[in-house]
Design a protein around this ligand. Sequence first.
Ligand code: PEP
Ligand code: MG
Length: 578
Amino acid sequence: MSFSIFGLAISSGIAIGRAHLVSHATLEVAQYQLRERDVEAEVARLEAAFAAVSGELDALREEAAQPGTPAEIEAFVDLHAMILADPMLAEEPKILIRERRCNAEWALVQQMRLLAAQFDEIDDAYLRERKQDIVQVVERVVKVLMGKPRKLARRIRDEDLIIVAHDLSPADTIQFKNLRIGGFITDLGGATSHTAIVARSLKIPAVVGMHHARPLIQDDDLLIVDGSRGVLIVDPDERVLAEYRIRKSALELERSKLKRLTTARANTLDEVEISLQANIELPQDIDQVKTVGADGVGLFRTEFLFMNRDELPDEDEQFEAYRSVAKALAGKPVTIRTLDIGADKTSRALRGSDRPTPNPALGLRAIRYCLAEPQTFLAQLRAILRASAYGRVRLLIPMLVHVKEIEQTLALVEYAKAQLRQARLKFDEGIEIGGMIEVPAAALSVGLFLKRLDFLSIGTNDLIQYTLAIDRADETVAHLYDPLHPAVLRLIAQTIQAGERAGRPVSVCGEMAGEPAMTRLLLGMGLRFFSMHPAQLLEVKQQVVMADTQLLAVKVNRLLRADDPERIRELLARLSEI
Ligand code: PEP
Ligand code: MG
């Protein structure tokens, strides 16, 4: 039966594909006692299920061998086949069935739990993570036992895979970079959560905050994810499917037309030059940055280098990552933000960064964490400084609130420089140091920041979160997360204007900068430096080249004096007529 569910549109585009549930709900199996005479039939049922999964994997392997299928799929099928054949998984549950006269699903899940606990003890991070593979193999067998065989094998090449999850962390999402995922939907999550940000950077359509979608969807259901309207259609009929296929092609055509703007200068109609830079999470994102012709990297979120691993990246590894980006951009600016760990971004490699705290967004996050862990911070500062010898590197400090945080940071930068001089390692002595304006206190005392720093970057995602007291990752308050709240607009405008008066560049690197509907508003406030996920850059450029900053400034001044939300929206809509 076809039905639709609505959520928050976080990454535009349309995906049509089959559901892939990432949750272990299927492993919550019932236990029941067998009669003695049924025991052998139960063992045979388990063996048959193993054989069926083995057949599924063979079919999958055949598909994976076809040209055009990513190589990881084949490796993953081989690994799963190996796990399936291992006697620890294939034989031990049979003993349990015979000894305890229990059902096959339950015996298998018990054995899986035992193996998983052993994996938790392993030191080697790679091997420890293989626990997930065991869980996935067991899920396959349990589904067969419960009469729900997977049909993924047939479809792997011609349809996208759509991840359906209750929740995904930024660390989960970043792993999609290596896989071919068509789209994803989650029950939890807010529009500017880091999970959403990573989805946008991957250019995969996504809808979050769907509340109870996950339990309503089955593996392999046909889904349409409309990431622009925030809609998920489950099991669409032929007519809807045909309509969405047309819309998908139209969108692709639209995107390909935008490509013509790649080499165009981002100048407004009144010849004001606008700098459009890109936000990245990992060095590999740089290809996309170059493809869209960005003027540099306005925000490198380095914390993603620290996720999904047990050991910290040491100074040399970080240096290599930062240097590769600096070199790839050949003289264009690369703004490397120091570790912004905490809140929804955690790393098991960083001491205490994933410990439960009463209110993580207000806790030991970003620069607060770094100043509390000076050795980790110094290693990163040295790595960034060393990379500055290979391109135009700028250093950006997140979540500053107090002057003393700036001063302590600057002192540590000086200390790191002294260490490098002593070690005779090259770096840019005049490296520019900037701060992020993400907390209302910083925006309201911006003069203190402008005196001490070379540039500012407004992180609107956090500025909105902290101004409106809305957790950006919590879908239950997502409707209150409003970039157009007059308090937010005034804080942004004041910061831009203060920077202009002090002759210091100010950029916006939060999601607002990549929102074409906000481009004219920000231009009218005086913004000249935008940094956004590269997937949005050409759409924003299209707005820039059609805008006149002088006319916009007058209209935006009026908008900034308005308090009524309806009036603000009305005045915003009128900006597009200029
Ligand atoms: C922001 O807060 O707007 C920002 C750019 O930083 P992040 O999204 O990484 O918190
Ligand atoms: Mg932030």
